[in-house]
Each structure stands twice: as structure tokens, then as C-alpha cells.
Design a protein around this ligand. Sequence first.
Ligand SMILES: Nc1ncnc2c1ncn2[C@@H]1O[C@H](COP(=O)(O)OP(=O)(O)OP(=O)(O)O)[C@@H](O)[C@H]1O
Length: 482
Amino acid sequence: MAEEAKRRSDGPEADAKRQKSDKGEVMSLEQVLAKRKEENKAPKMKFVSKNDREKHAQKEADKQKADQKKKAEEASKRRKDFLLQEEIERERERQREREERERERKRREEERQREREEREKERLKQREEKEGLMQTSSLAEMNLLKLPDQERRERQAEKELELIKRHYLGMKENKKKMQKPSEKFRNIFNFEWNADDDTMRGDNNPLYTKRLEPQLLFGRGYRAGIDVREQRKNNSFYEELIAKRAEYSGEDVSAFVQPSKEPLSFKQRDIEDKDINKTHWTEKPVDDMTTRDWRIFREDFQIFIRGGRVPVPMRVWSEGPLPWELLEAVNKVGYARPTPIQMQAIPIACQCRDLIAVAETGSGKTAAYVLPMLSYVKKLPKLDDTSAQDGPYAIILAPSRELVIQIEEEARKFAAFCDCRMVSVVGGRDAEAQAFTLRQGVEMCMATPGRLCDSLDKRHTVLNQCTYVVIDEALKAAGAES
Ligand SMILES: Nc1ncnc2c1ncn2[C@@H]1O[C@H](COP(=O)(O)OP(=O)(O)OP(=O)(O)O)[C@@H](O)[C@H]1O
């Protein structure tokens, strides 16, 4: 553009000169002017209809699209070629590795084969040497080395035949006798004592005239360390004692003498057992219940026990250890049968044994510990003005006020029948009234741990004679305290 502008500004003369220098010939001024006029002539305007313009635009767009498509195809082809090339390269690499591995395997195989062959050779060599040695030694053994060949072969065959016979016909070989060390040294320490030299014979010593025998009938007449059943067969300790007693005092002792039982045979015992086991526990009186029946009973009610000498459960209230007043109370309250926890826990608790009982909610745990507690308290002397100062006989601890009140309600159902007084010591109630009742004297006290400690601190009561403690929801109660 800058060149064009310069050319125009220079004028026709400079232009003519340039033309001349360009082509090697000089143009006339007119020619230059004509040419410039020609060049400066405005381009001829041409009318293009809208349709044509649209067609043109469409053509342009198609062209562009085709170009783009072509470019995309080319790029895709290039990419495919590239990937193909890469894949080929990779395959070549893999092939190379395979060949390498194969070569390595072959080399190792050859090496192993060589080693094997060497070992085999070595073994053969050793065997040959050994056989040679053996042959020489066996020949030497038979004194055949110096013999001529024919004779040696005959002797060797004889020897072989003898060996075969010994092996297959079981001919005995005289083994060399070995002497045991104990036999060897037996005769070394041989004390030649005279029988008269034995001082233990005690011909003269009065100590040994009567040998000491263990006191068989000491205590109950059994010797320790010897089977008791065996001893019992021969022992008449009690019979002798009873006979002596009868002789001495002239008493009738027939009641003490037990008729000896003839032991039953296993078969008889089986028959008896079967007869007893035929009846179900529901049809048996309590005295006929066997250990097996009690086991079935516990299984039926899902009672699981731990501990030693656990008393049998009560099947019905009347079979239990509760006094008649409490049985009447239970009847009045309307508890027809004991629940499983009551069946097992009441007989244990009535023996005043420590007990941990676990049962689901609403299974009658409260009655299971309240009834034995009432039974225990009932047997103790009634509290008077003096003994009331030593506090209650029994306490029940529960973690919450609501539970204590619930326990009190349950206990009151039965307490009236055995004239037992009780109080619940909980928060939210008149503390003075509770202290007053405690001082008046109560056999049973239900309390939350916190409030009971409070009462003890304030000297409302003491626990000088409390020997029966129940902790309901023990885990929670412990948690509440801590
Ligand atoms: N032998 C029984 N026969 C019929 N009802 C019973 C018997 N024993 C207890 N019950 C009743 O069963 C209900 C639940 O008893 P209880 O509150 O003692 O159960 P629980 O196991 O102590 O429950 P929780 O775990 O909530 O303290 C009470 O209403 C009680 O009167």
C-alpha cells in the first residue's frame, strides 16, 4: 500500500522511468497516463440478489463444513495411524520380551539337564566304585580272591544259594548275644549276708514282735486312699457299734439297722429307670420327682441356674417354702401360679442364700424377693420401742423414686397378712414424716440409695440389725450412687 501511494505521488514521469527499468523499454507518457487511468477506474458495481447472496453464503458454509469435516477426518486418521503405530510398537516389545524369556528358559533347562547328567555320572561312578569294593570285600570274606576263576565262581554260587535259603526258608541265624548293663553289674554288688544278720526280723526285740497295722476302724472305719466301696463291703463298723450299744443299754436298735440292699443288675436298673421316667413331671407328686424331671422342668420354663446345691424349684405355691400366711396372701392377690423367676428364686432366697436373679421386665421379680423377705422378717421378733432404735430388719434399694413406690405397693399387698410394717424413703415426700415412721420402728424399708444415705447421715435411722438387703436393678442403683 505504501509503495502504491509513493508511486502515485511521484507522478507519471517517475512511473514511465520505472516501467522502463522494469521491462527494459520506455513507455510513452500517453501510454502511462492511459494505463494509470485504466488502473484508477472504479470497479464496476454488480447487483447481487438476496437469493444469490444466500446461495453464496450457503455455498461458503458448505465449503467450510466440508473443510472442517475433511480436517476432522484427517486428524482422526492421523490419530488412528498413531495408535496403530503405538500398538505395533508395543506388540513388537512384547514379542521381544517373550523371545527373551524363552531364551532364558531354554538356557536354564539346558543348565539343569547338564547338572542332572553330571550328577547321574557321579552317582554311577560312585556305585561302580562301591560295587567293586563290595565284590572285593565279599570275595575277600569268602577267601576266594586267591582261588582260580572257575572255583571262585562255584563257591560264590554256593554262598548265594545259602543266602537265598536263609532268606526264604527262614533259617535261623545265631545272633550275637548282648548283655544288658543291669545283668552285667548284678553280680558285682553281691552282699553275702546271713539271714540271722537281719536285725529287722525282731526275734529278740519286742518292738518287732507285733507289727504295726493301720487303725482300720479309726473314725468311721475307712482307710484313706483305698476304694471306699471295696472297704465298705468288709467293714462292719456301724453294726458292731450298734450291737455294743444294744448290749450296753438294752435298747431296741432295730430302727438303726438298715436292711442291706441287694445291688441291682444293670438290666434291672434300666427297667426301673424306664418305669420311673415314663411319667411326665406334671403327673408326678413332688417326692417322686427325679433329677432328670427337675432338669426337664427347668428346661420347660427356661430356668437357667449357676451355683452349687441349688434347691429344686417350686412347681406350685403350695410346694414352696413360704409360710401359710403368705400363701393365703398370694391366693387373695390372685396369683394362681408362680412365674418362672418366682419358682426358682423363692426357694433359694428362703434359704437366706446370696442370689442374683435376672429376668425380663414384668416377670414378677418384685414378688420373687418381697415374699422371701416377708417370710424372713416374720420369723424375727416383733420390733418394740427398744429394738426399733436399731433400725429395720431388711432394706430394698432401687435406683428411682417411682420404682421404690411401685415396690412398696407390691409389698403392701402381702405385708398385711404377716403384720409387717414398712416405709419408703424417697425424695419428693415429707422427709420429717419418713423420719418419724423410721423412729417408730419398721421391719422393712424401701429406699433410693441417695435418700437412705441422707437419712443415715441425719441419724433418722441406723442399720444395726439389717441383715437382709435387696438391690433392685442393681446395675442402675450402683450407677445412680456413683
Ligand atoms: N405369680 C404371678 N401371677 C400373676 N401376676 C403376677 C405374678 N407375679 C407378679 N405378677 C404381676 O405382674 C406384674 C409385674 O410384676 P413386677 O412389677 O414384679 O415385675 P418386674 O419383673 O419386677 O418388672 P420390672 O422389671 O418393671 O420391675 C405386677 O402387676 C404383678 O402384680
